[in-house]
Design a protein around this ligand. Sequence first.
Ligand code: SDX
Length: 435
Amino acid sequence: MADSQVSEKTVTLTDNSTGKSVTLPVRAGTIGPDVIDISKLYAETGMFTFDPGYGATGSCVSGLTYIDGEEGILLHRGYAIEDLAEKSDFLEVAYLLLDGDLPTAEEKAAFDTAITRHTMVHEQLSIFLRGFRRDAHPMAILCGVTGALSAFYHDSTDIHDPQQRMIASRRLIAKMPTLAAMAYKYSLGQPFNYPRNNLSYAENFLYMCFAVPAEEYVVDPILADAMDKILILHADHEQNASTSTVRLAGSSGANPFACIAAGIASLWGPAHGGANEAVLNMLNEIGHKKNIPEYIEKARDRDDPFRLFGFGHRVYKNFDPRAKVLRKACHDVLGKLGIHDPLLELAMELEKIAIEDSYFIEKKLYPNVDFYSGIILKAMGFPTSMFTVLFAVARTTGWIAQWNEMIKDPAQRIGRPRQLYTGPEQRAFVDLAKR
Ligand code: SDX
């Protein structure tokens, strides 16, 4: 568990209407901004803090992921995302997030085997999944089926038992690709593929999505490598909306399957993980680079709700380092596959124009992780409706690592924010006959 030190520093707030002051301790982490510990503020001042969207609020102590938004830095347990994307594979990053250190060769082999052996799902789940309409959005299916896992794996829902937490964590990491592939196959009217224990995590996912019983399917190593890289880049990202949802759900003691289902629901929003699907739809709507200025103008117009999907970030006020890796991967994958996708050229032109636009420079809006991922996923054969599903498959590892860190934190208690009340003062009830 990451530890933070109470530094010698303090901050004093003075209420200038009463002259009353309160001194609050400052806590320092390993790197990054210090925090003002306000846990005693209400008791000492009778006032709450107010920070809608939590833009300046730290919700927890964590040692998993560090982001420097100004410099465009992303570290997982101290390792730079660029190194992890280049030199490790997804299950190695999963081990790192869960355990705290990169695995030895022996530890990695054991972890890979443990995850591989959990990739099958209860046979009744395939019947449960068939209750959805064929045209159901795969995120709707994934959200529903993941919540249902607690009905099938009730023997790993006791959050106070470390053994059950470990089994539930491995089940979720291992079964998410299988469930995602089943949701995809179901939408196609094709039979489900069982996972294959001789394939890697990324290879298995591609196999389950694209193999058909009528012929042998050989996983293309180019696609497997690209998929593994995409999973690494989406694994974890500090206290984003869906991770905070998982932590808040978990703080009440809810079982891990219910918490991850809550995270999937939050990720689905187009302002968050749903943006990758929205980027492709936006690029298709723009259609040609001659239309880009019109859309930049719409994005600049505060009265127009249109946002340039794939741009901007609550934390990054520089390039999202994941977008840089994905931009390069786009060129590599499409080049190796011999695919000429005009949407990639359109995206590159849009990026070039946007980052030179005064509004985007002033607001510090740069491409984020969602801007390029969809182009690669489209080249791999996935429909846009599956893009956020893939994000959820990867982020399940981050959510589970964050959930485990929270459960093991001795200071953990139920999350319960307060509010600034602006409703009516107390008033007398008026009988219906007199209204
Ligand atoms: C992800 O939090 C994470 O870590 C998320 C994520 C992860 O890995 O978990 O990184 C994944 O969700 C990436 C973001 C994907 N979403 C999109 O691409 C949707 C488009 N982006 C915007 O909706 C927006 O940028 C957000 C939601 C990402 C961030 O919203 P904020 O924090 O409210 O944006 P901001 O405060 O930095 O915005 C500053 C200004 C605002 O204008 P003003 O109120 O100051 O006038 O910039 C404007 C915003 O309206 N703005 C945009 C814009 N993004 C922000 N204007 C036009 N187009 C945009 N894309």
